[in-house]
Design a protein around this ligand. Structure first.
Ligand code: ADP
Ligand code: MG
Length: 250
């Protein structure tokens, strides 16, 4: 049996205000597409940031690819798209191809320079997301949906085995959002990339993800949508109507 991609045991995280994550124990297997949902402030971003070592773990443990989080050196295996899009400065004078190339540069040692095969990789990634025609455009000239695709391209250019996306669709209109979810689903199925997607869109994610993690400081539910649907606890928590809107299975 291959080892899981992500494993946490009784993971707790605290800020100065106190504990925001408590006793989170989950296992994510290779090829899973996990939708992480929960109310605002429920610790979704903190969890993914703890996994990639951006937020310290106060108690418990977490590992990615069997390596304890925080000491992780295998960045090439993870693609991360942060929640905040502040890095897309509208007057930042970089083209789409340059922004995506940054995803390759971060793996390189000094002197950091893209080679010809790197530029080819950038083009292939843009092509696979259907945005090759945007490659010479400035990032600030693009629509929200286009910018989101460019950032996804930057997260994918290293061919990661694990893709972590924090509210990637928040700025998108419903139609573009659906297309984006479908695209992630396609990447998950065709390339076997394990996906962790944070969203507050609990009504839509059931159509795309294979598992749901419902977080509210603690894990309220973690499992498949079928399990969610059959769970009496979840009926009590959400009511059967909302339960079925979330599960999308019947
Ligand atoms: P979510 O992503 O589910 O909205 P977060 O993980 O961002 O939730 O936040 C969980 C809690 O931690 C919230 O109460 C938030 O205010 C607090 N929090 C998040 N980031 C910080 C930080 N850098 N410093 C202090 N408190 C934070
Ligand atoms: Mg968040």
């Amino acid at each position: 049996m291959p080892s899981p991609v992500v494993r946490t045991e009784k993971l707790c995280c605290s800020y100065r205000v106190g504990r925001v994550l408590e006793d989170v124990s989950i296992t994510i297997e290779a090829g899973d597409y996990v939708g992480i949902v929960g109310p605002n402030g429920s610790g979704k971003s903190t969890l993914v940031q703890a996994l990639i070592g951006l937020v310290p773990i106060s108690e418990g443990s977490a590992s990615i690819f069997d390596v304890p989080c925080g000491r992780f050196a295998g960045w090439g295996r993870i693609g991360y798209l942060p929640q905040s899009l502040h890095l897309v400065n509208p007057v930042f004078p970089a083209t789409v191809a340059e922004v995506v190339g940054l995803g390759l540069l971060s793996q390189k040692r000094f002197p950091r320079k893209l080679k010809r095969q790197d530029r080819q990789k950038v083009l292939e990634t843009l092509e696979s997301l259907g945005i090759c025609d945007l490659r010479e455009k400035l990032i600030g000239e693009l629509s929200g949906g286009q910018q989101q695709r460019v950032l996804l391209a930057r997260a994918l250019v290293n061919e990661p085995e694990l893709l972590i996306l924090d509210e990637p669709t928040a700025a998108l209109d419903p139609e573009t959002r659906e297309r984006f979810y479908a695209l992630i689903g396609e990447i998950n199925r065709s390339r076997g990339v394990t996906v962790l997607l944070v969203t507050h869109d609990s009504g839509a994610i059931g159509q795309h993800a294979t598992k749901m993690l419902y977080l509210d400081k603690r894990v309220l539910f973690y499992g498949s949508f079928e399990e969610f649907c059959c769970s009496k606890d979840m009926s009590e928590m959400f009511g059967t109507h909302s339960q079925h809107i979330i599960c999308h299975r019947h």
